[in-house]
Design a protein around this ligand. Structure first.
Ligand code: PLP
Length: 670
């Protein structure tokens, strides 16, 4: 760890963007001058708490200054202080929330996947090769797909399209000789003809039949264009997937051909004299497969189908194992849905070994192996940074002693508060809860004043806090007190729309690692849930990664007056960007592409987030018309003396300026 820290400081210093104070602070900490530290909390405590080594390896870690660092080239050297990077970007007027993409991470992911298959192929003396493709649906952004094609060149890495617009992207961008262009998804005549004509441009396009109806379309297009296509077939496996996407497989799955349908397709192709065009078998058992046994079962079944197709006379050459390669979001290395109980090498080994065994047993030439790993390639490359706008806490003050005139219920609560001890805390909790409920019903029937109700509520929270302190010291938490942390949690208001930036957190309760990117050498004393900017009670995050299962509160730091507090959401580079929506008209965030350079880093691209004019135009408002309306209304108000000239100028200039600005909040720290 030591050498990595030195390196990160060196890179940061060279970069010249770092306020010297912070570097000194880091240096002072790493030599650990006794008596300087204000608490016993260390960055190792933060590492353990946020599990960054589990999910962050080898890209994310914490440096001596207590900041998250990014090593975009993994163990090949060079790292950036994420907190300093965010500050430097803010100085360039790039406002939060910010999506930071590290193209080096993307490159590293492709290298890793190819290296794992190369190793497996060598280990099992597999006579075929591996040629992966990236499923464009996972992240369609142009700079990212361009990078993928470029980084994939040495490995003849291709693209997979799942729709017509994605086919247009893949067709235009994929220029690697010999790389595969896999055409999946539902197809019409135009899609099929375009995919076939791509052969004339020298592309290795493969049309994968997903529906029986596509078979005659392919045959007809082939006759019309006089092109012999490469055809694949997607099988509905009977092996069951597991978890969230488990139902993408099985006989009733949405996609693919059943075994009788595959046989039917074979016969149709044979009759048309095109059976030799059938060269690929594809399956996809779902995304984020957390158990390796499920992958093995699927490969075993698919390998047999492959062998049988070859025996039926198809000129089989490719086996496409689809996606599903998981990401360890919680770093637990288990078959929990936010994790996976295998690594990339295990995955490659199992595929290579299973396919080899099935083919060799039947004297069939082994296929070129294809995988369509999206999540495993695109997740790590981006980090979403957002700030905290404010906090809502349960009351913290010590209650005043009761007075003679106080209501009985208030006096009961005060007595409970005073009596709380390690011996009776559980009982006291029940008493306090009951008294509080009584206070509320007394109030509802008019027997309690507003002032007494306020006292009762304050006392209730004081009891809870006192009990919470005791519970935190205990090794064992009684069941009925488990919710206490959740009840007592603060709400941190974040400058973000969950619907726009983390849709899967809202839609399918997917977990992503979230943590502060600075102050990690300080103990996070608050327990919080996160609430976003939208006026929607679902716009929140209240499930966080944990070693076991999930936790309902996240440990965070209290805000410091005048200082921003930055949180990072990690591993969200797959699916989140495109599935986000414009709820409350919060638009795309700013996206910045960063590349490591010998001197620090370079900003390769800045993709500005939506302005208000842009999001308004998505719902058919014209900003000029809007301004004109406001101008007319102000004019009328001026004539009626309802507004001063000065006020009207301020209103109009604010209105016009807002239109050209970011949809998120700009928080100014004095
Ligand atoms: C979504 C999808 C993928 C990508 O799956 P990941 O789990 O993200 O790797 C691959 N192939 C097909 C057919 C898909 O629909």
């Amino acid at each position: 760890m030591g050498s990595k820290l030195e390196q990160s400081t060196a890179v940061a210093q060279e970069n010249g963007d770092v306020p010297s104070l912070l570097v000194t602070d880091g240096a002072a900490r790493s030599t650990s001058v006794p008596g300087l530290a204000t608490s016993a909390w260390t960055i190792e405590d933060s590492e353990e708490l946020y599990r960054i080594n589990g999910w962050g390896e080898p890209y994310f870690s914490i440096n001596a200054a207590g900041h998250v660092t990014v090593s975009p080239k993994a163990d090949r050297g060079g790292s950036l202080d994420l907190f300093e990077l965010v500050n430097a970007l803010k100085q360039r007027n790039l406002e939060l929330p910010l999506l930071i993409r590290f193209s080096d991470i993307l490159e590293d992911r492709i290298e890793r996947l190819n290296a794992c298959f190369a190793k497996a192929i060598a280990r099992y003396s597999y006579a075929g090769t591996y040629q992966g493709v990236f499923p464009v649906k996972c992240n369609q952004h142009r700079h990212l797909v361009e990078d993928l094609v470029r980084f994939g060149k040495p490995h003849q890495f291709g693209l997979e399209a799942g729709s017509k617009p994605e086919l247009l992207i893949a067709l235009s961008l994929l220029d690697t000789p010999g790389a595969l262009l896999i055409c999946n998804g539902y197809k019409d005549r135009e899609y099929i003809e375009t995919a076939m004509l791509a052969q004339r441009l020298g592309k290795l396009s493969i049309i994968v039949l997903e529906q029986v109806e596509e078979v005659p379309l392919v045959i007809a297009a082939s006759r019309k264009l006089k092109i012999e296509p490469i055809v694949g077939v997607r099988a509905k496996l009977s092996s069951k997937g597991v978890g969230r996407w488990g139902c993408s497989t099985g006989d009733r799955a949405k996609f693919g051909l059943t075994i009788p349908e595959i046989l039917d397709a074979v016969e149709q192709l044979r009759e048309a004299g095109l059976l030799h065009c059938l060269q690929l078998l594809h399956f996809h058992i779902g995304s984020q497969i957390s158990a390796i046994s499920v992958i093995k079962d699927a490969i075993r079944e698919a390998s047999q189908i492959y062998v049988q197709l070859a025996k039926l006379g198809a000129d089989m050459r490719y086996l496409d194992v689809g996606g599903g390669l998981g990401v360890d979001y919680d770093g637990s290395k288990t078959n929990f849905h936010a994790s996976k109980n295998y690594n990339m090498q295990n995955y490659a080994n199992d595929i290579v070994a299973e396919v080899k065994e099935a083919c060799e047993g039947q004297a069939i030439t082994v296929p070129t192996l294809i995988s369509e790993s999206g999540r495993a390639i695109a997740s790590h490359q981006s980090v979403l940074i957002f700030d905290v706008l404010g906090i809502s806490e349960v009351p913290t003050e010590t209650p005043d002693p009761v007075q003679s005139g106080d209501h009985l219920i208030v006096r009961n609560l005060y007595e409970t508060y005073q009596s709380i001890s390690e011996e009776n805390y559980q009982e006291a909790y029940h008493d306090a809860t009951q008294f509080k409920e009584e206070a509320i019903s007394l109030f509802a029937f008019g027997y309690l004043s507003l002032r007494d109700r306020a006292k009762a509520e304050r006392l209730y929270w004081a009891c809870c806090r006192k009990i919470q302190q005791i519970v935190r010291q205990q090794d064992y938490v009684p069941d009925d007190l488990e919710d206490l942390e959740k009840i007592m949690a603060s709400i941190y208001y974040i400058n973000l729309s969950v619907f726009q930036s983390v849709p899967d957190s809202w839609a399918i309760d997917q977990l992503f690692p979230i943590m502060p990117i600075h102050r990690l050498d300080e103990e996070p004393t608050e327990r919080a849930t996160l609430a976003d900017l939208t006026c929607d009670s679902d716009g929140k995050i209240d499930q966080f990664i944990d070693l076991r299962d999930v936790k309902s509160v996240l440990e965070l730091h209290p805000l410091k007056p005048g200082e921003p507090y930055y949180l990072g959401l990690f591993l969200g580079g797959a699916y989140q960007e495109i599935m986000g929506n414009l709820h409350n008209l919060f638009g795309d965030t700013n996206a910045i592409h960063i590349k490591l350079t010998p001197k620090g880093y370079a900003i390769e691209h800045v993709v500005k987030g939506d302005t208000m004019t842009e999001v308004l135009s998505y719902v058919q408002y014209n900003s000029e018309d809007l301004v004109e309306n406001i101008r007319k209304q102000t004019e009328q108000a001026l004539q009626d003396h309802r507004i001063t000239l000065q006020e009207s100028q301020l209103l109009l200039s604010n209105y016009e300026r807002s239109l050209s600005r970011y949809t998120y909040l700009t928080h100014e720290y004095p």
